[in-house]
Design a protein around this ligand. Structure first.
Ligand code: SF4
Ligand code: SF4
Length: 230
């Protein structure tokens, strides 16, 4: 199987971003070891789907009809599309003779239940290893194409895929964001600090209204704004 064919297939079913990370390029910050999903795991495939701008542009970080619409959008469309692309890509790999494990999309956030495999894989870390972007001060993946306005899916596979990270250089949040601190100032529950996040505060507010304000206010994701280069 040519890696380019896999890349082209995943984009043909709707992925906006696709990257490959080698297992040896991941460190413990990713959470569960890829071997726990697939014996002989060699690669991670990271899929990015861009959020719809109109949904994000209306968010205020409060519980209102805009936040209810965000919730409906995420659970009835965005996460389902990611699950579907992840499953179809796994089937594509199986047809080529490889094993693949599409990780549940909602497991891609902060591990909340230690010890449970399905809740402990940091998709953002895998995305950085795959060269899709770097982490910003809002602790989100900042991509050159869409800023933080993407959500991710990950598959583990025993297919040997070349890393799509073009340069070894990892950017710090300060290098990604410069002097900007809009997300820190706008967070409704003051969960963001300089390169830190109070996960409990954020999760509490996310449970109330999905929030995503730190994604919505980031100038790097807005149309017409200069994009990140990380
Ligand atoms: S850190 Fe959490 S609570 Fe704060 S803006 Fe981001 S999603 Fe909202
Ligand atoms: S809002 Fe500013 S500080 Fe926050 S992630 Fe975006 S560029 Fe970085």
């Amino acid at each position: 199987m040519k890696p380019d064919d896999l890349m082209a297939y995943t984009k043909s079913i709707g992925a906006d971003l696709v990257g490959f990370a080698r297992v040896e390029d991941l460190d413990e910050s990713v959470g569960s070891l890829p071997e726990q999903f697939i014996p002989g795991a060699r690669s991670i495939i990271v899929i990015g789907l861009k959020m719809v701008d109109g949904i994000l542009d209306r968010l205020t970080g409060e519980i209102n009809h805009w936040s209810f619409n965000l919730k409906s959008y995420l659970f009835n469309y965005h996460y389902m599309e990611l699950e579907k692309m992840s499953g179809l890509t796994a089937r594509f790999l199986e047809k080529q003779g490889y094993s693949a494990y599409p990780i549940q999309v909602l497991a891609g956030g902060t591990p909340r239940k230690e010890g449970l495999l399905h809740s402990a894989f940091a998709f953002k870390r895998a995305a950085v290893a795959a060269g899709l972007g770097n982490i910003g001060k809002n602790t989100l993946l900042i991509t050159p194409e869409f800023g933080p306005r993407v959500r991710l899916a990950c598959l583990v596979t025993d297919a040997p895929l070349p890393s799509t990270r073009k340069k070894d250089e990892l950017l710090t949040p300060e290098q990604v964001c410069g002097s900007c601190k809009i997300c820190i100032e706008k967070c409704p529950v003051s969960a963001l600090g300089v390169n830190t996040i109070d996960k409990q505060k954020c999760q509490f507010w996310m449970d109330q209204c999905q929030c995503a304000l730190c994604m919505a206010v980031c100038p790097k994701g807005k149309r017409g704004e200069k994009r990140a280069t990380g």
